[in-house]
Design a protein around this ligand. Structure first.
Ligand SMILES: Nc1ncnc2c1ncn2[C@@H]1O[C@H](COP(=O)(O)OP(=O)(O)OP(=O)(O)O)[C@@H](O)[C@H]1O
Ligand SMILES: [Mg+2]
Length: 450
């Protein structure tokens, strides 16, 4: 859709001249001969950019600016000033104009200014659209805080809702930081054990003796320090669900006890003789390859099959790139609120970096990245410089960006260095891609080094 530019000036020649110029650049032009008629047009037709003269009958540009700023704060306004009235321009900028142009208008300046201003508007709209998408996604997902529109995540949610109703054990697998714990939460929320106890045990955090007593409890005197009877986590979870995180880390003797709980639904406390019956649904998670651990003799095969009745694989973030912007926007909202900051969204460059980066630490890494960006950010938009270096380096990995106003030499340098980077420093390949002689490339590179 064409962007609409509203031009308000009482001099017909300027008005029509500017309208013809912007139309020749592919925009839609609408004109007004004074501030009042411009104000009516904004209210009835809307505009993406307002270019206005200051001295006009009926309503001056300053009055118009004031009204626009109060009612349409996101509509960018550029003011036109006559020669020698720079104070007016400065005043207009203080009142919210994004820039000014002096008459007679230099058309090249005008076009650069329009592009720059509308780019800001594109960013704004893109971020607004992300917010809207995020809101509607959140409305739909009552039982889970898993965010994602990718087919992979939607399929995962579908499976979660199917398995939630059963009592079957679930093994959640996936790389670190993909959201395994969130999946466990969602299973419980979807299930009819939702209001029953939900106990989480981080198996890697405890050594094997402690883990055994943590899971199954102990009786007084079972070991030094066991001064009283203690209920284990399985007993606490009775009637509900237990989440065994990092299940791949538990040792062989605990594995045997766990197998018995899964098979017979019973266990004894450490040092105890009484058999305790339990009704607990087990959800386990690991980022290890348990089949490999079985081959290496570290994990019991029978336990594996008991745990793995249902297997939920949570895909890494790099395999569901469609979710990245939504997640980034979600974390942006969260950390803005926590830090009492007002940031509207991301610049195009920042989005491109976030999109190109590989996210080896998955969603946890993305979350940390956005948290630090929010803290670093001084403006109203997260820019590429606010991102951690590893991420910002990924910007434009597939693009060469040549800013408006660059000279041919600067553009050429960007193209050659960008391609060299893309070819991982291989100069012959760079010459091939650019269809240049190798010697030319070498000469240019030597020039850039000076
Ligand atoms: N789809 C998602 N939507 C929103 N937040 C998510 C999503 N997936 C993960 N997160 C967030 O990312 C962080 C990491 O998720 P989680 O702790 O569940 O990962 P994990 O797979 O258990 O990692 P690890 O293997 O390291 O324990 C958490 O803060 C979690 O809330
Ligand atoms: Mg985890």
């Amino acid at each position: 859709m064409k962007r609409r530019i509203l031009i308000a000036d009482d001099e017909i020649n300027i008005r029509n001249g500017l309208a013809a110029a912007v139309e020749s650049e592919g925009y839609e032009a609408v004109t007004a001969e004074n501030g009042l008629s411009a104000w009516n047009l904004i209210q009835t037709q809307g505009a993406d950019l307002l270019i206005t003269d200051l001295r006009m009958p009926l309503m001056t540009g300053s009055e118009l600016l004031e009204k626009v700023y109060a009612s349409y704060p996101t509509l960018p306004v550029v003011v036109l000033t006559g020669h020698g009235s720079i104070e007016d321009a400065v005043k207009a900028m203080q009142n919210g104009a994004v820039d000014f142009l002096t008459k007679p208008v230099n058309l090249d300046h005008l076009f650069v200014l329009i592009k720059k201003t509308l780019r800001g508007r594109d960013i704004e709209e893109k971020n607004l659209e992300l917010q809207r998408e995020l809101d509607s996604l959140k409305k739909k997902s009552t039982y889970s805080s898993i965010i994602g529109k990718s087919k992979k995540v939607q399929d995962l949610l579908e499976t979660i809702s199917q398995v939630a109703a059963t009592k079957a054990s679930v093994l959640i697998t996936g790389e670190s930081g993909v959201g395994k714990e969130l999946v466990a939460d969602a299973i419980v929320n979807f299930s009819d054990r939702k209001d029953k106890p939900f106990v989480k045990v981080h198996c890697a955090a405890l050594n094997s003796n402690l883990l055994e007593s943590e899971l199954f409890g102990h009786v007084k005197g079972a070991f030094t320090g066991a001064v009283a009877d203690k209920k284990g986590r399985f007993e606490q979870a009775d009637g509900g669900t237990i989440f065994l995180d990092e299940i791949g880390e538990i040792d062989k003797s605990t594995q045997i006890k766990l197998l018995r709980v899964l098979q017979e639904h019973e266990f004894e406390k450490v040092g105890g003789e009484k058999t305790i019956k339990t009704d607990v649904r087990v959800i386990a998670a690991t980022n290890r390859d348990l089949e490999q651990e079985i081959k290496n003799g570290n994990f019991r095969e029978d336990l594996y099959y008991r745990l793995n009745v249902v297997n939920l694989k949570v895909p890494p973030l790099r395999d569901r790139k469609e979710d990245i912007f939504l997640l980034a926007t979600h974390f942006l909202n969260q950390f803005c609120e926590e830090n009492n900051k007002k940031i509207e969204g991301f610049s195009n460059n920042a989005l491109s970096a976030v999109n190109n980066y590989d996210w080896p630490g998955n969603i946890r890494e993305l979350r940390n990245c956005i948290e630090s960006a929010v803290v670093m950010c001084r403006g109203t938009v997260i820019d590429i410089n606010d991102l951690p270096p590893a991420v910002s380096r990924a910007a434009n990995a597939g693009d060469i960006v040549i800013p408006l106003g660059s000279t041919m030499d600067e553009a050429e340098k960007k193209i050659i260095l960008g391609t060299l980077n893309y070819c991982k420093g291989n100069k012959s390949k760079t010459a091939d891609v650019l269809k240049l002689g190798r010697k030319t490339v070498l000469r240019k590179l030597a020039e850039y080094e000076q």
